[in-house]
Design a protein around this ligand. Structure first.
Ligand SMILES: [Zn+2]
Ligand SMILES: [Zn+2]
Length: 444
């Protein structure tokens, strides 16, 4: 690598390593050109002094300021996805056990873990739990590529499958309205009065099943009128919540577009799984614990449609791009259906071409209601603040004027930077392993 040789010769390699280490392993950083200067302001005269600190991108070892890409997807940036996964875990955990500004008493509120699925669009190859054999007569092993693909592709309802994904976010919102209504009914209250007695909080993730349909996993919690900080009313039990969820999921339906004389309606699948979440402290063998739930949700928050589409994790620009891709025939047909429907003027609002790689789903992967717990932004701010303290950058107060101008200069790392960044990652892993080893030895 000639670039590496040049860097080594000029002695900038350690400095570049230091700059890259600040990215925490991000492999697709955003590169910025520009500068930032800090000037003191005399509080009595208002006079602005000469720069006391300055940062100029061209003087940096990489020639640009590098910032993390913050991509959520594990297939796009493993390091940033891992940060996102950890943040999501903390956020879900805070809503279950308290912490990060959420009171600990939420652990005593009724909480359930619900899974809402899509209906059937035609029989698919599967591994039935009660029978060993799939309908095709085969016993598929867990890694079988046929799993989730239709038994008869020509009769599979691809149009509905894609349109269902495109309406899944809307369907979820409608479900939350029904849920409040069902809870109010069971408490003998009007919907309007419910807000004075209880509040429903939730955090959810969308997951793609192998067949390419989105389903939702959600933590749903019943709080008092002020959210997590107020005790729920005596009638608020996990049983009441479970019952209300089943009815609400069953009642939820929306009318979709009419295509070639066929009016689509969308509902959830018949299998709604609702399980009560217990505290880890009360952990029996078979109970679903808050830790397991947080881990589960966090894991799915870093995935896209890749379980169905393989490596296709970004929008298509032309349908022709699909031809050379190594994806299943099933995924290909789902994507092609989305693309073709995307040409229709009456479906413009669904933006099916832009979201064809997501099989029509354009919703957020993880969302939560305002009262559930902390936010990802709050966690990110806390981390940035911690980093500032570590690097001795104390930020600014009223007596400092900051002038900054940054322009986008591209993404990614050069081959030499990639190599250096990867070797930094390896060194860090070795250090961690050595530390673990030392701890283990010390505790013997
Ligand atoms: Zn990244
Ligand atoms: Zn089969």
């Amino acid at each position: 690598m000639p670039e590496l040789g040049k860097l080594a010769a000029t002695g900038t390699l350690p400095a570049l390593g230091h700059q890259l280490a600040g990215l925490g392993g991000c492999t697709h950083p955003i590169r910025l050109n520009g500068h930032r200067t800090e000037h003191p302001i005399n509080t009595t005269t208002g006079e602005i002094g000469n720069a006391i600190r300055s940062l100029v991108s061209t003087e940096l070892p990489a020639g640009n300021l590098l910032t993390r890409c913050n991509n959520r997807r594990a297939t796009r940036c493993p390091a940033c996805a891992e940060t996102y996964r950890r943040d999501t875990y903390q956020l879900i955990t805070a809503g279950l056990k308290g912490g990060k500004g959420t009171p600990e008493r939420v652990a005593e509120h009724p909480r359930v873990f619900a899974t809402l699925t899509a209906p059937s669009f035609g029989p698919v190859h599967n591994r039935p739990t009660n029978r060993a054999r799939c309908r095709c007569g085969t016993v598929h092993d867990a890694a079988c590529a046929q799993l989730g693909t239709p038994l008869d592709p020509d009769r599979y309802d691809y149009e509905s499958a894609v349109l269902w994904n495109a309406h899944a976010g809307h369907l979820w919102r409608r479900f939350t309205i029904h849920l409040r209504r069902e809870i109010a009914k069971r408490a003998g209250l009007t919907q309007r009065a419910l807000a004075d007695h209880a509040r429903v909080s939730f955090a959810k993730v969308a997951e793609f099943q192998k067949r390419g349909a989105v389903h939702f996993h959600a933590v749903i919690r019943l709080d008092g009128p002020k959210g997590g900080s107020s005790p729920p009313p005596p009638w608020a039990t996990a049983e009441l919540l479970t019952d209300a969820i089943h009815t609400a999921a069953h009642r939820t339906h929306i009318t979709g577009p009419t295509i070639d004389g066929r009016t689509h309606t969308f509902t959830f699948g018949r299998q709604t799984d609702v399980r009560t979440i217990r505290s880890t402290d009360l952990d029996g063998d078979t109970e679903l614990t808050d830790q397991a739930v947080a881990g589960y949700i966090a894991k799915y928050a870093t995935k896209g449609a890749e379980t169905t589409t393989g490596a296709l994790d970004r929008p298509l620009r032309f349908l022709a791009e699909l031809a050379p891709m190594k994806i299943s025939e099933h995924a290909r047909r789902l994507i092609r259906t989305a693309w073709n429907l995307g040409a229709r003027k009456d479906l413009e609002h669904l933006r099916l071409r832009a979201w064809a790689h997501m099989l029509g789903f354009r919703g957020h992967f993880s969302t939560k209601s305002r009262h559930y717990s902390t936010t990802l932004t709050a966690l990110r701010d806390a981390r940035a603040e911690w980093r500032r303290q570590q690097t001795g950058d104390h930020g600014t107060d009223e007596t400092t004027l900051v002038l900054a101008h940054w322009a986008y200069a591209g993404t990614g790392l050069s081959p030499a930077e990639t190599w250096l960044s990867a070797s930094l990652g390896r060194a860090e892993q070795t250090n961690r392993a050595t530390a673990r080893e030392a701890i283990r030895e010390a505790s013997l």
